[in-house]
Each structure stands twice: as C-alpha cells, then as structure tokens.
Design a binder for this molecule. Structure first.
Ligand code: SF4
Length: 711
C-alpha cells in the first residue's frame, strides 16, 4: 500500500511537470449580450481540462453566466459533425466535400429548372455572424436568384422590429446604451425575463434599484426577474396590448402627457387620444385580470419619473398581436416623451447571439444590406452596384419564414438550404413544419450537430463552432463586436461562409464570392451598408479589435451612436408615429376542452432549441428534461403530483413533460420551456407570431417514458 501511494505521488509530480496551459480570447455564442472570456486549456499528459475565465468588456463588465462558463462543452462534444453526410437508403453515410458540393449544385440546378427559380429557398438564423448573414442574403439573390430567403428571427423579435420601424423609422433593439438603465427612475420590463435569459445584464437593473428606481415587471409568472420588482403585474396571457392601453389611459386621464414633446416630435397624437378616451378601464381590468389600482400605480410611477425606460421581449412580442402590443407600449413612451435622453428610452431585448446584426443585412425576405428595402429602386441600384450585377437581376421580395413553410407544404418550394437554424423545433406549429419539410425534393442542412432538422436532410454539412469561426456580431445594444477564432477547426468542418462561396463556385458564380476571410466579407458588408440606416461603413476589424462600436457609424472618425433619437426620429420628417391599433385579444381562447393557457419561454440553462446546450453536460444536468410549471392548486385539480409525467395537449400537438409546482404562476396558465420541445404550437391567421400563447387541453397522468414527445 505504501509503495502504491509512493508511485502515485511520483506520477502526479511528473504529470504536473509536463502540464501546460494555453488561453485564447473568445466570446460566448449564446445570448445577445456577447460576454467575452478566455478559454483556458490545461494539458496534463493526454488529458485536457478547460476553464472559462470572464474578461472585461463594456457590455457585461467582466461577468459571465452559467451558459457562457460552459459554452465550450458543446463545441468540444464528441457528437460534433466532422465530415459531410449524405442520406442513402435512409441512413447517413460519409461523403467527400467535393461530392457533397457537386450534389448540391446539381440539385439546385435541376429543381430550379423543373419547378422554377424560386423553388429553391434559403433559411438562415440569428446566431450566424454578420458576415455569414450578409453572405447568405447575397448568395440567395446572386447565386440562386431566388426570392425565397428568410430566417428564424421571424419567430423572435420581428414584431418589435416592425413596430420600431413604423414608430421611429428605425429598428435598433435598444435606443439607449445599457449604462443608461441605472439612470432611470422607473423601469418597466414587459414580457422579458432578463434574470434567466440575459443574466449578466441584471446588475444594471440592481444598480437602478439601488439608485431608487421603481421596477415594474409584466409577466403571467413571477419569474426570477419579477421577484425583484416593486410591482408585478401578473396579467392574463395574451393581453399585453390591453395592459399598455390601460396604462396609456391613466397617463392621459391624470395629466402625465408631455405636451411639448408630443407637439414637436410626434404625429398622430390626436387620433390616439380620441381612441384611448373611448376605452373603459373596466374593460381593461376584465381583459387583463390585473386590478385597476395596480395599473394606475404602474402608470403613475412611469408618468411621474423624470426618466424612465420600457423594455420588452418575446413574452409580448411572440403573439398574434405582438406588433400591436409593442406599438401600444411605444405610444406610452411617446406620450410621456420618455425617449432620446440619458435614462429615457425604449428597447426590445434581443435573445439570439446575433439577433440584432442578423436582421440588418439581408437575411429577411424583403431586405437588402444596411436595412435597405429590396423593393426600393434606389436601394436595388446601390446594392446591385456593390455586388456587380444589374439591378433588374435582383429578385423581388419573398415571404416570411412561416409562409415559406406553407409554400413547402404546398409544393411551391421544393429545395431548401438551412444554415444556423433548427426550424423543426423552433417554428410555431412545429409538427406541421416537420411534416412539410419531408415533402422537399432536396434538403441540405449546415450544422454542428445532427439536429432534428438535420435528421430530415438529404445532405448534412459540418460547420465550425464559435470557437473556430472568426467574425462579428451585433449585440443587444446595437454594438458591433469582434469575435476572434480561439481554436483550429476540427476534422473537415468548414465555416458557413466558406460553404456558401464553394456552392457559388460550383454554380459558376464564384466571381461574386471570391472571399478568403471573414474580414474580406465584412469589408464588402461595410460598403453595402454605407448610407443605409444600419450604416457600418466606419467600423473596421482594426477598430473592433480595440472597441465595440455602436451603429450607425458612417465613417472611420465617427464615434458611433450609443443613444438614438436625441433630436429627431428616423422618419423623413424627423417625427415619431403614434398608432391606433386593436387591443382586444383575437387569440385562441380556452374552452371546456382546452381550459388552460400554455406559454413558453427560455430557461437559464438552455439556448434556443437546445441543439448546443443539450450537449453541454453541465447545462444539461441543470435541466435535463422538459418540465411544465404548474400552480399546485391547478395541479391538484387534475390529480397531478410534483415530479409526475403528464401529457399536455394543444389543438395542434401534444407532449409529455414532468410537472414542477410553481405557486408564482397564474392558476389558469402553465409554462413549458421551448428548449427541446417539438411541441405543436399555436398558429393563427397571423403567420409570424403566436408562439407563446396556446389554449391547452386538460392535463392527465401519462404512461410515456420520461422526456418523450408525442406529436
Ligand atoms: S448566455 Fe448571454 S449572458 Fe450568459 S455568458 Fe453568454 S452572452 Fe453572457
């Protein structure tokens, strides 16, 4: 025994002597904060140990959450795809890149010949870098000439983007820098659970609270964010627009309107006033199920504040009337003039890592780089000149992501390239989407893993992870951030942008895609965005290596624009728009058979559909299976104990999940995180939203095994 211990000590000492450590700078790939870190790799003989060390940056100030600490685990996971895979007789087999690229070109050409040029579509994602999102848009328009390109951001913050564009003339997630939050006297967080979704932003809210700010949280659940609120408004799901109207009514009735601001800087106030005056508070209370005194208190606290901020997120945006809900909150902001000053503004907190940049440079069906419109003759001319094509060669606008799925189902789109997304899980009405996808003649998916969407593909292309892929992303503040590559690529993986260049070459369009680095693509993006609303022309890699730059930044000497709308809004007349819109929810209602509201959302340990975080042992251990949060009284009504497997049905699908009691959720509402759940979600006449709210059938004890989904 003594001899064994002696030997062990000897070998451990030897190991230590030979241990070495390397560190590489990188950025968390998950949420829109884009925290920076150093990934430290410790090598001890054959073993490797990794540690994420937070580094300072002006957004998260050296903070890192659980997801960032463990992000490397998925990038180093043994299930990473390292070679291209083609499906033969229902099974994936390894193919060489040359074969894979030739097959893609062949199938694109044959599908476009048989079914028309628009029959081949492209589906992108809000986690792609700016360079890749930009190139995907160019690839669709120049290499494929298809009008059909869109991306998963449609199911994310598109409602807010459209609302801000229409109200302010410009869509940037936050009108103010995050450092303005502690300056506000009142902060309204509506449908946003920052504590779990962007944890490293919470210190801004804590600081505001320390400075005496009054915090109001609007959410059907008492989330971790709501727990710190001075006032929690647990509204009935789907009634956010009505609540904002109620607050607007109190502001109007009790004289909190900033007349000078309204007169000088807005249009449409008179119509809004007339509309709001006709609203009865009793109806707002009945619709929202929030007591009138609470609505009045929220309005007074907001109206009295010298500076106040309203922040929204997917909780209210991902609804059939998400656009209207955001516009109603913007009406409240405009009526009080709480915008364009330090500590006063509006924001929609983006969720995806590049939710901001990913929506600016051409991934959207109707958009060209720099927030230009694909239907605007001058915009078409400018972008065509940057790309070296004739303006009339550019296709016209296509359809949004969900409409694309409907076209796939209808057989109008028969070929699809998916890059940086997992629509089979993340789309609304996921069961329909999965079924539609199976009708495609050819599906090619570029991903790091065999995701649920990749499983359906004819060809799967392995792509690099955030650790290997250099590029830029634009964070929640509208700040362009540079992410260096921290490691060499594994196996035969390629960067997404390389794949696009390679396919373009095979299609004979290589001269338009001559790029050999992300920086070269970024330089073309800068030029393409020049003069557009999201102007990146003054942002260079050289500059980004030193600082994060707020757009618009039109030239190299421009400092960037941390705070928007200080003097004018972005409409040609410089004024913001009030909107008169319906606020009575026209949504799926509960009934005898579907008596509960089902809402979905993110949880701390997971990101999006969980393709990455489910493969991180540390994150997965924290939330290994799907759960349903349910009020104990509701649970007892249906005979459901804590930790029991239950089957949930909506009008479109069903799932089996484990119950978790939560006495801080409304009794008429249950909550299921969307990670990993291919649960059929709500569809309505409005195709781009309504993920969050669905009427849900009575719950019952289930016989299925843990974590199984039954659609
Ligand atoms: S998930 Fe968001 S908050 Fe957490 S470390 Fe990553 S970027 Fe930062």
């Amino acid at each position: 025994m003594a001899m064994t211990n002696e030997l062990l000590r000897y070998f451990r000492a030897k190991e230590k002597e030979r241990a070495s450590e390397t560190a590489a700078a990188t950025q968390c790939p998950f949420c829109s904060v884009q925290c920076t870190l150093q990934l430290v790799e410790e090598r001890i003989v054959e073993r490797r140990r990794y540690k994420a060390v937070p580094t300072d940056n002006p957004t998260s100030n050296g903070r890192l959450c659980l997801k960032g600490m463990n992000a490397h685990q998925h990038a180093l996971h043994p299930e990473r795809l390292l070679v291209p895979l083609a499906k033969v007789d229902g099974r994936f087999v390894r193919v060489r890149w040359e074969e894979a690229l030739s097959l893609i070109a062949e199938r694109i050409i044959s599908i476009q010949k048989e079914d028309g040029v628009d029959a081949f579509a492209v589906y992108g994602g809000g986690s792609l870098t700016n360079e890749e999102a930009y190139l995907l848009g160019k690839f669709a328009r120049v290499a494929l000439k298809t009008r059909h390109i869109d991306y998963n951001g449609r199911f994310c913050m598109s409602a807010a983007a459209a609302a801000m564009n229409d109200a302010f003339g410009l869509d940037r997630g936050l009108t103010n820098p995050l450092s303005d939050i502690p300056l506000a006297q009142t902060i309204i967080l509506a449908g946003t659970n920052v504590a779990e979704c962007q944890p490293t932003l919470m210190p801004y809210v804590y600081e505001a609270k320390k400075n005496g700010a009054f915090i109001i949280v609007v959410d059907p659940r008492e989330t971790k964010t709501a727990a710190l609120a001075d006032l929690h408004l647990p509204l009935k799901p789907g009634t956010d627009a009505a609540l904002a109207v109620g607050i607007g009514k109190v502001l109007l009735d009790e004289g909190y309107i900033d007349e000078a601001f309204v007169r000088e800087r807005t249009v449409g106030f008179a119509e809004w006033k007339q509309h709001i005056e006709a609203v009865e508070m009793d109806e707002i209370v009945r619709l929202t199920d929030v007591p009138e005194e609470k609505i009045r208190l929220a309005a007074r606290k907001y109206g009295e504040a010298a500076d106040a901020i309203v922040l929204t997120a997917r909780g209210l945006e991902q609804q059939t009337d998400g656009y209207a809900a955001v516009r109603q909150w913007i009406n409240v902001v405009l009526a009080t003039g709480n915008i364009g000053r330090p500590g006063s503004g509006f924001g929609s907190i983006t969720g995806q890592g590049n939710g901001q940049g990913g929506r600016e440079h051409g991934q959207k069906a109707d958009q060209l780089p720099g927030y230009r419109s694909i239907e605007h003759p001058q915009h078409r001319r400018y972008i065509a000149s940057v790309w070296g094509v004739a303006p009339d060669e550019l296709p016209r606008k296509g359809v949004s992501a969900y409409e694309m799925m409907q076209k796939i189902d209808a057989g109008e789109i028969t070929g699809l390239l998916v890059m940086g997304s997992n629509p089979v899980v993340s789309s609304p009405n996921a069961a329909f989407v999965a079924k539609a996808m199976q009708k495609l003649k050819f599906l090619v998916v570029a991903d790091m893993f065999l995701s649920e969407t990749a499983e359906l593909a004819d060809l799967v292309l392995p792509v690099s992870s955030y650790l290997e892929d250099e590029g830029t992303v634009t964070n929640v503040e509208g700040r362009v951030c540079f992410r260096p590559a921290a490691r060499k690529r594994l196996g035969e993986v390629k960067h997404d942008w390389e794949i696009l260049c390679d396919i373009a070459c095979k299609l004979g369009k290589g001269r338009f895609f001559p790029f050999t680095s992300a920086e070269e693509i970024f330089n073309e993006l800068r030029l393409a965005s020049r003069g557009g609303k999201a102007d990146y022309y003054g942002v260079t890699y050289e500059r980004l290596r030193r600082e994060r730059v707020y757009w618009p930044c039109p030239d190299a000497h421009h400092p960037g624009t941390p705070r928007l709308f200080t003097e004018r809004f972005a409409h040609p007349d410089g004024k913001a728009r009030f909107a008169v819109l319906p606020f009575r929810p026209e949504k799926e209602e509960t009934d005898e058979w579907y008596p509960l509201y089902l809402t979905t959302g993110r949880v701390l340990a997971h990101y999006l559909s969980g393709t990455q975080t489910r493969r991180s042992p540390a994150l997965s251990a924290r939330q290994p299976e799907a759960v349903v949060e349910i009020h104990p009284r509701t649970a007892k009504r249906y005979g459901i104990g804590p930790g029991m497997l239950v089957r949930i049905e909506t009008r479109r699908g069903a799932a089996v999940v484990r119950s978790r009691y939560n006495d801080q959720i409304r009794e008429d509402t249950i909550f299921v995180p969307f990670t990993g759940a291919a649960l059929g979600k709500s569809t309505t006449s409005h195709p781009m939203s309504s993920i969050r709210i669905a009427a849900c059938r009575r719950l019952s004890g289930a016989q299925l095994g843990c974590g199984q989904w039954s659609i």
